[in-house]
Design a protein around this ligand. Structure first.
Ligand code: SER
Length: 257
């Protein structure tokens, strides 16, 4: 099963232009050393500096996240290099459709039972409002309210990549591997460090440009989603460890040799 192909096929069918991954070294962008996310190559589209070839785009982006480096080797889920499946909207669809697409893709295309999915939404902070809208759309699309967790800015506000640029509140989807993978603590839930809940897909509502001190409204409301290929492979292959997926099998075999 090629998850990349299924993902791109789904979003192409839903009107998205499929573009190739950008290089790991960002072009004309000194804000980061290496490409950290699918949205990186599209920053000029979010900022309104350039016009996108289409208002809906999907990619599989090669990413290198130096900010995760201290977790690599200590968890079953953090990688330096990984691939990110993403759909993007530039002033086209927003929260309602982004949430609908993500659930339709996972439940009706990857056949993940909806009961296994939990979500996190942004609880608000300072001038930034709590994301009640997303909560409403998750419930409308079949997520039990008890499975919706509220998180602060540290967890559920994404970006900017680097010190300034496009960013916004986000909502994240977690897969529940079940109690037997959990720590057993009373407050174990999405966001817990144990292996029970794996964060698989981040939907960012890219509506601000952070200038280092203030959040300025972007010219339009946009979407930037990112699903870790290795993590969704772990879900589909029934292991909470990305290192045990078929994506790593050949590398591990070679090292053993
Ligand atoms: N930019 C967001 C992330 O990297 C979603 O793509 O998580």
């Amino acid at each position: 099963m090629d998850i990349r192909k299924i993902f791109l096929g789904y979003f192409q069918k839903n009107g998205h232009l499929i573009l190739p991954s950008a290089g790991l070294i960002p072009e004309n962008d000194p804000s980061v050393l290496l490409t950290t996310a699918g949205m990186q190559q599209f920053k000029p589209f979010y900022l309104g500096i350039k016009k996108p070839p289409k208002s809906r785009i999907a990619t599989v982006q090669k990413c290198f996240r130096t900010s995760d480096i201290d977790s690599v080797g200590y968890t079953e889920r953090h990688l330096t290099f990984f691939e990110m499946l993403g759909n993007f909207s530039f002033g086209d669809y927003f929260k309602e459709e982004a949430i609908k697409y993500s659930l339709d893709f996972m439940v009706n295309n990857l056949m993940i039972p909806i009961e296994k999915l939990w979500v996190g939404v942004f609880s608000g902070e300072g001038e930034l409002f709590a994301d009640k809208e997303s909560e409403k759309y998750w419930i409308e699309n079949g997520i039990d309210q008890k499975k919706i967790y509220w998180f602060d800015k540290k967890e559920n506000f994404w970006g900017p990549a680097g010190d300034t640029g496009p960013c916004g509140p986000c909502t994240e989807i977690y897969y529940d591997f079940g109690e037997k993978f959990g720590c057993g603590k009373k407050d174990c839930g999405p966001g817990c460090d144990c292996e029970r809940f794996l964060e698989i897909w981040n939907l960012v509502f890219t509506q601000y440009d952070y200038n280092g001190s203030r959040y300025i409204d972007l010219p339009s409301k946009n979407i930037d989603t990112g699903m870790g290929l290795e993590r969704i492979a772990a879900v589909l292959e029934g292991t909470p460890s990305v290192f045990k997926t078929s994506l790593f099998k050949e590398i591990v075999e070679k090292i053993k040799e």
